[in-house]
Write a protein of this length. Sequence first.
Length: 191
Amino acid sequence: MDRNHALPQVQLSAESNALRRIDFCAPQSYKGAGFLSIPDLPRVAEEVSAVVSGDGFHWDIQTHFEPSPGSEPHQIMELGLKGRLHLTCQRCLQGCAVDLDEKRRFIFMATESQADDYPLEDEDQEPLVASQQFNLLETIEDEILLSIPLIPKHPEGFCEPHASVFGDGEDDDVPTERENPFNILKNMKKN
């Protein structure tokens, strides 16, 4: 008999506090979905330029067990994230809405050493260490932070470069005469 059918499936609460302690060592699978606003995600909140109504992330997870040759079946977690946050555009230094839509797959390992030994070549799934008090909220927040673009910016043609980055923008067509830095030394020699 397939272990997925023999094990009970637990419905996770959508409350952020309920996601802080989940027993992924228990012989059961999990399913859940909900919405996390930016204030529910304190590390993400540090990155945003502004919190706009509706900003946050819809999440959904589902776990199941897959057979593993020569050992107990491994629990697999599929995590989906979809949402929006506002960051500072690095081109114009104004607020910029960033939409994220991510799907991740994780494999639970019994120990830290097993997770460390997991092959890096397997890009389809990342190892996590199962625990009786697993912090799923922290994992969701980690994945959002990893998905944020390094250099957020508006789409091409939407904004102009900010003057403080590329000069003040005045008289750009008029060539300016630079002062010779050695004039100071020349004046000192005369005195």
